[in-house]
Design a protein around this ligand. Structure first.
Ligand code: SF4
Length: 304
């Protein structure tokens, strides 16, 4: 049985910990045309589901890190008595840049006493040796979580969504990160076009069986967002897409949770696309109803 993120954080830090969405200013090699496949094809345009915001619509504006942290904290502290925070860099590829500059940027965040951990979203093909050394240094100061956008283990889907790397690239990065003592969280999208339920469960089963054991997982339903290539494909060929109903999706989440080991922390169970961009599925906007349904169906699959 996996663990809830809220339980894990309370146990580790003794109280509720809040995420501050921050911006590193990095781009993404899958968007700027830097990825050239072994057959010479140059990839462009990014993953087909990725929006202009680089899969992180709630990140802060580009500004000095301390300023970003203060602004993000102010928003949270208006409504809560929050005291501990995770510096969270989600949008784009946050290890795609000069390792020294990135080190200074992230160190500025984690040197603060109110930041308890650093969470960095990236791609497995952007974990070179110098980046890994940089992450190891940061990990000596505060826990570093690396979030890898895998989405699926199936190569045909990975090609169709223009992910830009194959599964062995993920496996290599995963092994090196774990050997370096870094916490690894993997993102999965459920409902990618062309995938059956068995394919999706296959991805989760593969992650559940990883050795060393997976630290964390983010599960989310496919979201069709305006401005993405996926949206254009959806407009041209919507029968090819299976958009989950809430009941169907929450049943699937329960099946996924049942596969995960006790060491794995579940960081997310649905997508949270911005209202102004979200085309499907619109039921995700009713957060309270989704949360209640997930609680009803999934509580028994979590450690108490
Ligand atoms: S999802 Fe991530 S890896 Fe894919 S194009 Fe967007 S920022 Fe790049």
């Amino acid at each position: 049985m996996p663990q809830r993120l809220s339980d894990y954080l309370k146990r580790e830090y003794g109280e509720k910990v809040y995420r501050l969405s921050l911006t590193s200013g990095c781009s993404c090699p899958n968007r700027d045309g830097s990825i050239v496949l072994p057959d010479g094809t140059q990839l462009k345009g990014g993953c087909t589901f990725c929006s202009e915001g680089g899969s992180g619509e709630f990140a802060a504006r580009i500004a000095p890190i301390t300023e970003q942290i203060e602004e993000a904290k102010e928003r949270i502290c208006k409504k809560t008595d929050a005291r501990k925070f995770i510096a969270y860099f989600q949008s784009y590829t946050n290890t795609y840049g000069d390792p020294d500059k990135l080190f200074s940027l992230y160190k500025e965040a984690i040197d603060r006493s109110d930041i308890v951990a650093l969470s960095i979203g990236t791609r497995p093909d952007c974990i070179g040796p110098e980046i890994l050394d940089m992450l190891k240094e940061l990990n000596k100061i505060k826990p570093v979580w690396i979030e890898l956008g895998l989405q699926t283990i199936h190569e045909s889907t990975a090609k169709a969504i223009n992910r830009g790397y194959e599964l062995p690239v993920f496996e290599d990065a995963y092994r090196r990160l774990k050997e370096a003592g870094i916490t690894v969280i993997v993102h999965v999208i459920l409902g990618l076009p062309g995938e059956s339920k068995e394919d999706m469960l296959g991805t989760v089963r593969y992650l559940a069986d990883l050795q060393p054991t997976l630290d964390g997982i983010k599960l989310q339903n496919l979201q069709i967002l305006k401005g993405t290539r996926m949206y254009e494909q959806y407009l041209c060929n919507s029968p090819h897409f299976h958009i989950f109903s809430m009941e169907e999706y929450t049943d699937l989440i329960a099946e996924c949770l049942a596969l995960l080991p006790k060491e794995t922390v579940v960081h997310r169970m649905t997508g949270d696309g911005p209202r102004k961009l979200l085309v499907e599925p619109l039921w995700t906007l009713d957060k309270k109803r989704v949360l209640n349904t997930l609680t009803r169906k999934c509580s028994k699959y979590f450690q108490e």
